[in-house]
Design a protein around this ligand. Structure first.
Ligand code: NDP
Length: 252
């Protein structure tokens, strides 16, 4: 039988905006209890209030995944409220392109610490839950949001691409450890999607280039990605849709 979202207890990182917020909305609409993690408390509180008003169950948990003590505190808050987690959507990320010659160690550090080490901190915090949930016979999922940039080269996005290639590789490798324990690991690799991601680019030319892509290609919406994630986690528990590339039709 197809697992119902109504029985699930989820953690969604990067739930303050974009794909994470859309995924949290869809999971909550399906009846899942959803813990919302990100740094912007006001956004999380507003989303939790919205989901609760719509009859769902949501918990706002302010957390910075680059900070181990913050992740530890978040895990405790989630466990206190909901107990074991059986669905983790590792979605928080930052994209800060610049030519390598700029030598932006600050941006490199932030991307690596968020997109890779941050994802690992979340995996470390909740993998024991996923394994225990699977032992209890529950469907258990770890969903990692990587990018088409893990496969395709975009000039001046080298370090972002490197973090996403690393996340895709990590996700595939983890599957060999967790699959035999009945925990599914899935990698989602979106193309151009209309979210706040480009808002942090401080290189004016590259910001303009990205804006230009949105005017020439009808982009995916955050809801399109949420739809794919919800589909992936609602297959029979023996079925692992392990890697999905999803692009706007016009994106080459
Ligand atoms: P958004 O910028 O809208 O969402 C990113 C989320 O991550 C925000 O909610 C942000 O919240 C959160 N976040 C960032 N840093 C941290 C941190 N240190 N701790 C906790 N949360 C953090 O963009 P998207 O929805 O597009 O991004 C979601 C994922 O999708 C990212 O991993 C991105 O790389 C990936 N992606 C996006 C594509 C696109 O075209 N948009 C294409 C391919 C992949 P806050 O600032 O409040 O912490």
């Amino acid at each position: 039988s197809y697992p119902s979202l109504a029985t699930r207890t989820a953690v969604v990182t990067g739930a303050a905006s974009g794909m994470g917020a859309a995924t949290a909305r869809l999971l909550a609409a399906g009846g899942a209890r959803v813990a919302l993690l990100a740094r912007r408390t006001d956004r999380l509180d507003a989303l939790a209030a919205e989901l609760t008003a719509a009859g769902g169950q949501a918990l706002a948990v302010t957390a910075d995944i680059t900070d181990q003590s913050s992740v530890d505190a978040a895990a405790k808050a989630v466990h206190d409220a909901y107990g074991l987690v059986d669905l983790v959507v590792n979605n928080a990320g930052v994209m800060l392109p610049n030519p390598l010659a700029e030598g932006r160690l600050d941006e490199w550090t932030r991307m690596i610490d968020t997109n890779l080490t941050g994802a690992l901190r979340v995996i470390r915090a909740f993998t024991p839950d996923l394994a225990a949930a699977a032992v209890d016979g529950r469907t258990a999922d770890l969903v990692n949001v990587s990018s088409i940039a893990s496969h395709v080269l975009f000039p001046d996005y080298a370090v972002y691409g490197a973090t996403k290639s690393a996340l895709t590789q990590l996700s595939a490798a983890l599957r060999t450890e967790l699959g035999p324990r009945d925990v599914r690991v899935s990698t989602i690799e979106p193309g151009l999607t209309d979210t706040e991601l480009g808002g942090h680019i401080d290189n004016t030319e590259l910001r303009g280039q990205l804006d230009g892509m949105f005017t020439t290609i009808p982009a995916l919406t955050a809801e399109d990605i949420a739809d794919l994630i919800a589909y992936t986690v609602s297959r029979r528990r023996q079925v692992n849709l392990r890697q999905s590339i999803v692009l706007p039709t016009r994106q080459a």
